[in-house]
Design a protein around this ligand. Structure first.
Ligand code: NHX
Ligand code: ZN
Length: 688
């Protein structure tokens, strides 16, 4: 490893700078000063005889006796202050007082009574007396209360700003970046070996590590070292993990921050933190800066600047833009950032010279999922017969995080049944649980409701079976799960291009549940709301996005950039009416079509419904027995496989629980042999 020597001592503490927070302190101090000197009162210490003289001269109008510490204060009248020559400044407008120690607290009242008698005899106004009993405590509170209050507020604010765990803390540190630094001594123990899948992204990222290790290899050929790379991808796909692996392997310091760390309630703090972060990075160069969730600061700047509200974020972003571009390209600071919405990011951030490369971290493919499963199954005690590839096939559309969740959930389920290893059925239950939610056996469903649910689900099943593009059915269930009372599960075929008819057939299938209720029960229920929502969305996108409707062909009113937020629609009122009419027409047509199909296959539908009421869960094969082989070829082979496996499993479990034979007797494992190799990724379960 021959990278340039790091700039300075890494662990050197950075001195607090003279910054605007000192200004805040000064302002508070001057406010305090004002508070204490505002009344302009003056107090003069005098001895008892002078005090008495002043009293008898009629120069006092009030006496305050502090019995506790044996003192008294006399308030001089305007005239009295002049008479007594206690060199008090006449400019100050506040009270002018003289203070003395009283000879005896008990006698003071008598003394004042005597003075008052004399004064009234001379026709002068009497002196009022006040006793201050509560010692000086009240005074102390009155005097120091505000300071204490300010200190409490400051402590509270600095607590808040340090943000709890390990924060740099303190009000004078708000401008500091909160970067966590990993280096040779305290690296993460994640390496590229722990990152399963993501082959392409890994190559790109490994190259970045290579840039830092051997920069001359690239610079000798005249290549410039990139300044940044942006990891883009859906949540849970391992962007942060990838960055952690870089930290583990890079052998250079790795500064990690989250985009939201730049967001603070004070003006200028975000920008100050960006400056500080990059200053820190420069000192440690060569190094890697990782900004997680960069969309917190990097969102596109608004078009109308008078909105004002996100000025602060824009300042932060501008600072980041200049910080990244202010570097010489060879000074060895590489910026990594992760986000799941690259389309939201400011274009200036994405231009070459800042984040030159964008690395897409996609949802894992079949082979990636096998790898991911293998990583997560390392720590799980599995049944030796467990077919990992089959598991990967069942989890299309799952992210790495989802798969981790499946593995954990399966282990939990196995533990619940006191098994000594996790087997296939546990994984199937875990997948169902994650896609569909918690099974709710306790929910009380009347026979009438059960019939309605079965009618609805049988409607979905019949329609999808009888339409060309209907997704291949996996199973139909009326066991409540999550928010749903029942569901039809499909293994949708993955299509890159979807013909119009496929959209229409999908809509028809979604409406099949409601149509069946309508046709066979004579009344409809609220339960279909979710179906209707999905269906209407498809109809809208058919008109607005894909330009597939008759009246508005080839028009797209979609704003994929997400920038044109506003109150104006990109079409006229007339067009809006046409859009509405088209959406209504399309949905209506499919509803009528669904009803027509159901009329045609009423007998079969009712058979499916009755079977459902009886068995609660029915599979592809049961439906096939009733409706016959599907006219349209689809990748049903695998689906049949899934069913057989699950059904066999159910039977074994039923036997197990009644006879208590040795577990794991039937786990027919010949499936992997005849499964297609690389092309046929079986699609995920979806349901209606
Ligand atoms: C309720 N649930 O909310 C009851 C408990 C028509 C037989 N009073 O269409 O279960 O009515 O084909 C995601 C998934 C709302 C979001 C399911 C939002 C279900 C489901 C309402 C079957 N199957 N409806 C279906 C259903 C209901 C609902 C959802 C969701 C029913 C229907 C839910
Ligand atoms: Zn439905």
């Amino acid at each position: 490893m021959n990278f340039p020597k790091p700039g300075k001592n890494r662990n050197q503490d950075r001195k607090p700078l003279f910054n605007m927070y000192w200004m805040y302190g000064l302002i508070i101090l001057s406010l305090l000063a004002l508070y204490y000197f505002q009344d302009g009162s003056q107090t003069k210490d005098v001895n008892w005889s002078d005090f008495e003289k002043a009293a008898l001269a009629g120069d006092m109008d009030k006496i305050m006796v502090f019995a506790q510490n044996g003192t008294a204060e006399g308030f001089l009248t305007e005239q009295g202050a002049k008479n007594q020559h206690f060199d008090m400044s006449p400019q100050m407008t506040g009270d002018k007082k003289i203070k003395t120690t009283i000879p005896s607290s008990d006698k003071i009242q008598d003394k004042i009574d005597i003075w008052n008698a004399k004064l009234s005899a001379e026709g002068k106004p009497e002196i009022k007396v006040n006793y201050e009993k509560g010692s000086d405590l009240m005074k102390v509170i009155w005097y120091f209360g505000p300071i204490i209050l300010i200190i409490v507020v400051m402590v509270f604010m600095s607590k808040r700003m340090s943000g709890g765990a390990g924060g740099t803390g303190g009000i004078f540190n708000v401008g500091k970046s909160k970067a966590t630094v990993f280096d040779k001594n305290n690296g993460t123990n994640v390496t590229f070996k722990d990152v399963a899948g993501l082959a392409e992204a890994k190559v790109e990222i490994e190259e970045i590590v290579e840039f830092l290790k051997n920069p001359q290899r690239y610079t000798e050929l005249g290549a410039k070292i990139p300044k940044g790379a942006l990891l883009v991808g859906p949540p849970g796909t391992g962007k942060t993990l990838l960055a952690k692996a870089v930290a583990g392997e890079a052998d250079v310091p790795f500064l990690s921050v989250s985009g939201s760390d730049f967001v603070e309630m004070f003006v200028g703090v975000g920008a100050a933190r960006v400056r500080d972060l990059f200053k820190q990075a420069k000192e440690k160069a060569p190094c890697i800066v990782f900004i997680d969730e960069i969309d917190a600061v990097g969102r596109a700047r608004g078009r109308n600047p008078n909105m004002g509200s996100n000025d602060e974020r824009e300042n932060t972003l501008n600072q980041m833009l200049t910080a990244m571009d202010g570097f010489q390209s060879n000074n060895g600071v590489i910026c990594l950032a992760a986000t799941n919405r690259a389309d939201m990011l400011d274009k200036a951030l994405l231009r070459p010279g800042r984040f030159d490369r964008q690395i897409y971290v996609d949802l894992p493919e079949l082979s990636d999922r096998v790898e991911i499963f293998n990583v997560h199954l390392r720590n799980i005690k599995c049944n030796s017969k467990l077919d990992v590839e089959q598991l990967a096939r069942q989890t299309q559309g799952f992210s790495g995080a989802d798969i981790a969740n499946v593995c954990n959930e399966a282990a939990l389920i196995a533990a619940r049944y006191n098994k000594d290893s996790v087997d296939w059925s546990d994984f199937m239950k875990a997948i169902d649980r994650i896609v569909g939610g918690l099974e709710k056996k306790s929910r009380i469903i009347t026979d009438e409701e059960k019939l309605a649910i079965a009618t609805h689900e049988a409607g979905h099943a019949t329609i999808t079976w009888m339409t060309k593009y209907g997704n291949p059915l996996v199973k139909v269930t009326i066991v409540p799960r999550g928010r749903a009372l029942g569901a039809a599960w499909y293994a949708p075929e993955e299509r890159q291009i979807i013909p119009t008819q496929a959209l229409l057939d999908t809509m028809c299938g979604l409406l099949g549940g409601r149509a069946a209720e309508d046709l066979f029960l004579g009344q409809i229920g609220t339960g279909a709301s979710d179906d209707l929502e999905k269906c209407t969305k498809i109809a809208r996108s058919l008109v607005l996005v894909y330009g597939m409707s008759e009246k508005l062909p080839n028009l797209n009113y979609n704003d994929s950039t997400g920038q044109e937020m506003g109150f104006t629609k990109p079409y006229s009122d007339d067009t809006a009416k046409t859009i509405d009419a088209e959406v209504k027409r399309i949905v209506n047509e499919q509803y009528e079509r669904a009803k027509e199909i159901l009329r045609q296959y009423a007998a079969q539908h009712n058979q499916i419904r009755d079977l459902l009421v009886e068995k609660e869960v029915i599979f592809h094969d049961d439906v096939e027995k009733i409706l016959g082989k599907r006219q349209w070829k689809s990748r049903t082979d695998e689906i049949i496989e899934i069913n057989r496996k699950e059904e066999a499993d159910r039977k074994t479990r039923a036997i197990e629980s009644s006879v208590r034979v040795k577990p794991e007797v039937t786990d027919n494992n010949d499936s992997a042999d005849d499964a297609p190799d690389d092309d046929g990724t079986p699609p995920p379960f979806t349901r209606q």
